[in-house]
Design a protein. Structure first.
Lengths: 333, 431
């Protein structure tokens, strides 16, 4: 359980990765370790409010090829709370608009001597390609609809804070599963920790093939609500859809919005999460978003704890004297 | 008179039903005779190649090659592409007209012929555009292109989208007895896609291209071929459903032929898990069941031939994010090795069928006077070492590009001598 601040001197044995790219390829123990580390930092920073100096001298770059406010801010704050320097690099202000490739952009930043790269990109796999090319740690802050591991971890962290062990818990992920990186990261983390996962939404957004990885698929929210201990309401990603996968927002909300009426049929201790930004009235009504069972604001605070832990692990648990020396590049893929 | 004797190889010529140890005598660029050592027709020669232990077959024909010239010389040129062809054992390639400008005029066909003649590597047969400017609106001047030497017609890179235009093309080409080579894809269904739509694309969050996108279009074009009596050749068949449609059409007597690419009988969509753009091509890598159907289709003749869809892209173009990187994979220099390793050495097809798929049938489909070692035939001959095990090294490719996911693979079977018009144009280790 949460350790006193001086225990942050001890780097955990179970972490052997240089990057955090996805949760699919992590073991249950590694996911527990990430969550436990987050808990240690939440405790050590007095609920993510106090500053530490465990990453003093380190430089973290936020390399965002896709717009984001909350995730970037959360990573920046987390890094600063640990004493690291933070550089923000966004695609709009960069040479990408001049035609530079993402690999060249990242290599340039690496050559300037950064210790870890937090990357967001609209294309799945881009953090993985960067990890092959760069000599520094890469943290995936969302790669298209693929994964968003820190979001998955913070959702699970928030659930765990309220109910302890996840084994046997039934978690419904509702909405735009097809285009949701949050859904994929949640799914892997939850399944590995022994939770039962139900994906719920229209067939155009929830493929029956998800059953092949051991989760339940439902198209009927009303049918699954009474069985769920947790509902995670995912945003409709209008920007990622070729053609709209349902007739109208009104019809979608009619079938899948979490309303007060639906809440009445849920377990009394149902927990409600939404990874935000939420479309009030589409995935969830305002009264449900603000109800006592809603963990939406806990999620934001816990995001800091998770990201502090991840940055600390990826930086090897130490501050640095000077900037890291870039390693020689491996062969271009 | 220059004579060349190829001695003691396993001569396979499906067109004549020959498969046995024989000598081949070549004079003045033509095959004179095939026969056992010492037979009457085989005399002395100026030059002799010892082919003991080698397969000797009619020169290989790749009916689906993107030479990129004119317009994309940073990816490949006629000179480099034809050198790559020779190194792969191909004595003839058919070049696909999605160049810039596209091959839709007599002068562009002439340009290709001149460049190929200057390169003096393998034969280059020109595929002309179905539609003017490859825009899919009206027919190109097909009759004039035939006069200039075009052997088939295709808008490959894209489907002929307008069903009526496709119908007219099939109908019009009947008077020249030329096939339409069709890229089959319903674009609305594959829009934004980078890989096969299936479990892997679902897990990776990558936009998928469903098998149905290919199969719906194959179905349409078979119906149009049947209604017009035109000759349809389905390019790069990649799905089990596509194979089934073609099998049924052939059983009904439709004038349909088809090809499969080595990557489609070797790799699956699982390869995309590493997000490497060298695995990105169109049609995409499908599932293990599809691979099995392609192999079965090649074995039973539903899929007539093997073609590579050799699609070079300069290094920097493939170094992009998966959705921005172009579709395409090199094929010429790995086709024989992959075919021998995946089809012959696994016992799925025999050598005669392999030679048929790589030479006899593509030549027949395109109406070329190639693909056989009959007396009087042009002496395009490939010698393959069926037991040679080698490692693929893209840095040693003759192609100008390196976009092959097979780098580092160990393959068995490789062309060791490639003879075009009676002249040895390529010798492994001698170049």
């Amino acid at each position: 359980m949460p350790a006193p601040p001086n225990e942050l001197e001890t780097f955990p044995d179970g972490w052997g990765h240089r990057h955090l790219l996805d949760l699919e390829r992590l073991s249950p123990d590694e996911i527990r370790l990430l969550l436990d580390t987050a808990a240690r930092f939440k405790h050590a920073t007095d609920g993510c409010r106090r500053k530490l100096s465990v990453l003093t001298g380190r430089t973290i770059v936020n390399l965002f090829f896709e717009n984001s406010t909350r995730t970037r801010t959360s990573f920046s704050l987390a890094a600063r709370r640990l004493g690291a320097d933070v550089v923000d690099f966004t695609a709009s202000s960069s040479s990408l608009s001049k035609g530079e490739s993402f690999i060249d952009t990242a290599r340039n930043l690496e050559a300037m001597g950064v210790d870890a790269v937090v990357v967001r990109h609209a294309t799945p796999g881009t953090p993985h390609l960067l990890a092959q090319q760069l000599g520094v740690g890469v943290i995936n802050a969302g790669d298209g609809p693929h994964e968003h591991p820190t979001q998955g971890l913070l959702d699970i962290f928030s659930i765990r804070e309220h109910r302890g062990d996840l084994t046997g818990a039934t978690v419904g992920l509702v909405g735009d599963i097809a285009h949701s990186r949050t859904a994929r990261s949640n799914l892997w983390g939850l399944v590995k920790l022994g939770a039962k996962v139900i994906l719920c939404g229209p067939p155009t957004l929830v493929s029956p093939r998800w059953r092949e990885v051991g989760v339940e698929v439902s198209h009927d929210l009303d049918a699954i609500i009474p069985r769920c201990d947790v509902l995670n309401l995912l945003r409709i990603q209008f920007e990622r859809q070729n053609t709209r996968p349902f007739p109208s927002v009104r019809e979608y909300a009619h079938l899948y919005a979490m309303t007060r009426d639906r809440l009445k049929r849920a377990k009394r201790d149902l927990l409600i999460l939404a990874p935000g930004p939420i479309n009030r009235g589409v995935e969830v009504t305002a009264e449900v978003a603000d109800c006592p069972q809603s963990l939406i604001l806990d999620q934001v605070t816990n995001g800091l704890a998770v990201r502090m832990g991840v940055l600390w692990l990826v930086c090897g648990g130490r501050g640095g004297e000077s900037a890291a020396v870039p390693r020689s590049h491996s062969r271009v893929v | 008179m220059a004579t060349l004797l190829i001695r003691g190889g396993r001569v396979i010529d499906p067109a004549q039903g020959i498969d046995g140890v024989n000598d081949v005598l070549v004079r003045d660029g033509l095959v004179v005779a095939v026969g056992p050592e010492g037979s009457q027709a085989i005399g002395r020669a100026d030059e002799t190649i010892d082919a003991a232990g080698l397969v000797v077959c009619p020169g290989l024909v790749d009916m689906h090659v993107h030479l990129r010239e004119p317009g994309r010389e940073e990816d490949e040129t006629i000179e480099t592409g034809t050198r790559a062809a020779l190194a792969g054992g191909f004595t003839s390639v058919a070049c696909i007209p999605n160049t810039e400008p596209p091959i839709d005029t007599q002068s562009t066909v002439e340009f290709i012929h001149q460049k190929a003649s200057r390169a003096d590597n393998c034969n280059v047969f020109v595929v002309g555009c179905v539609s003017r400017d490859r825009e899919g609106r009206e027919l190109a001047d097909i009759g004039q292109l035939v006069e200039a030497g075009a052997v088939a017609f295709s808008d490959d890179g894209a489907p002929v989208y307008d069903a009526e235009l496709m119908r007219r093309a099939l109908e019009y080409c009947r008077m020249f007895d030329k096939p339409i080579l069709a890229h089959e894809e319903v674009l609305e269904l594959s829009r934004g896609g980078v890989m096969h739509e299936g479990l892997v694309s679902l897990l990776l969050g990558l936009t998928g291209m469903p098998a149905a996108a290919e199969e719906v279009m194959i179905g349409r074009d078979i119906a149009l071929a049947e209604v017009t009596g035109g000759r349809l050749h389905v390019m790069h068949v990649s799905t089990a459903g596509g194979v089934a449609l073609i099998r049924a059409a052939k059983a009904r007597g439709a004038r349909v032929t088809a090809e499969a690419c080595p990557h489609h009988f070797t790799l699956t969509d699982e390869c995309l898990r590493g997000f490497d753009s060298n695995f990105k091509m169109s049609p995409p890598l499908r599932t293990a069941e599809d691979v099995e159907a392609i192999v079965t289709g090649l074995a039973d003749g539903t899929l007539d031939c093997i073609a590579t869809d050799h699609a070079p892209h300069a290094r920097e173009k493939k170094m992009l994010e998966l959705d921005r990187a172009p579709f395409g994979i090199l094929g010429l220099e790995t086709a024989v090795g992959l075919s021998v390793t995946r089809l012959v050495n696994t016992g799925r097809i025999g050598w005669p069928r392999l030679v048929e798929a790589l030479s006899t049938l593509p030549a027949r489909i395109l109406g070329l006077n190639r693909g056989t070692l009959q007396p009087g035939a042009v002496a395009d001959i490939t010698l393959i070492d069926p037991a040679l095990t080698w490692q693929v090294d893209v840095e040693r490719f003759r192609s100008k590009s390196v976009n092959s996911p097979f780098h580092g693979w160990t393959l068995t079977g490789r062309a060791v001598v490639t003879i075009v018009g009676g002249r040895v144009k390529y010798r492994l280790h001698a170049s």
